[in-house]
Design a binder for this molecule. Structure first.
Ligand SMILES: Cc1cc2nc3c(=O)[nH]c(=O)nc-3n(C[C@H](O)[C@H](O)[C@H](O)COP(=O)(O)O)c2cc1C
Length: 226
């Protein structure tokens, strides 16, 4: 797969086949992704990869808590969206939510069904492997951005192996549980989770794609010779 196909075919996959991903493949992705750039070459990412019984143990811890604890969970240890979300961002988030829930026939008013789907985050959407991306608490905005670049590099390398991904900041809502599960050192905190595996191409939730703004809405070009 070339880089153009990898970028074009990456999407947030929310239903996976149980087919296991070999550890060697995950190691390869995690290692190669460290070619991502970072300011001052700090390489500020710290990655925890889990699979198999270990992954199932985390699911089992959270499963019985979902009904009582969603949507707040443990409250989150950082704010993912600054509220209120200004336009055009608010509408973009609304649209993607509409498309997601429409794909599985869940109406906006049906909160219990929405929470049930949201709870699938804490099953890693059935993925056989998962990553947690952690950051050093002493780092600032530039290092957060660098970890974002690492995350995207993982997603593209996953495509190179025929795999799909879903980044999951939903895990921040259960940061205490994840901290204790991973035995995370005090100086680190979770930036995001990420599901990794083979897509279930028949699942309706994987059957739509998020829209993008038109090029001229977010970029300008000046001084080029045509
Ligand atoms: C850092 C990050 C965290 C995300 N967290 C979640 C999440 O917790 N659950 C989820 O279903 N999608 C999550 N997403 C996926 C976004 O909703 C998705 O990237 C966006 O709607 C664009 O769609 P696409 O990835 O399919 O192109 C996250 C994406 C990023 C980059």
């Amino acid at each position: 797969m070339d880089i153009f196909d990898a970028v074009a075919s990456r999407y947030s996959c929310r239903a996976f086949l149980p087919t296991p991903v070999p550890e060697a493949t995950v190691r390869d992705i995690v290692e190669r992704a460290a070619r991502a750039p970072s300011a001052g070459n700090l390489q500020p990412w710290r990655i925890y990869a889990i699979a198999g019984k270990r992954l199932e143990a985390l699911r089992a811890q959270l499963r019985p808590r979902m009904a009582a604890e969603l949507p707040r969970g443990e409250g989150g240890d950082y704010q993912i969206f600054m509220r209120p979300l200004a336009e055009p961002y608010s509408s973009r988030a609304f649209t993607v939510g509409e498309l997601l829930y429409r794909s599985i026939d869940v109406p906006r008013e049906d909160k219990p069904a929405r929470y049930r789907q949201y709870a699938r985050n804490y099953e890693f959407f059935g993925a056989p492997a998962a990553l947690f991306l952690a950051r050093d608490k002493s780092h600032g905005a530039a290092q957060w951005a660098d970890i974002g670049g690492y995350l995207q590099t993982v997603a593209l390398l996953a495509r190179g192996h025929g795999l799909h991904t879903c980044p999951q900041q939903a895990w921040v809502s259960f940061h205490r549980t994840v901290r204790s599960f991973l035995d995370l050192p005090d100086h680190l905190m979770i930036y995001s989770g990420m599901a990794l595996g083979y897509e279930d191409s028949q699942a309706p939730i994987n059957g739509w794609r998020s829209p993008r703004a038109a090029l001229d809405d977010f970029a300008s070009f000046d001084g080029f010779e045509s």
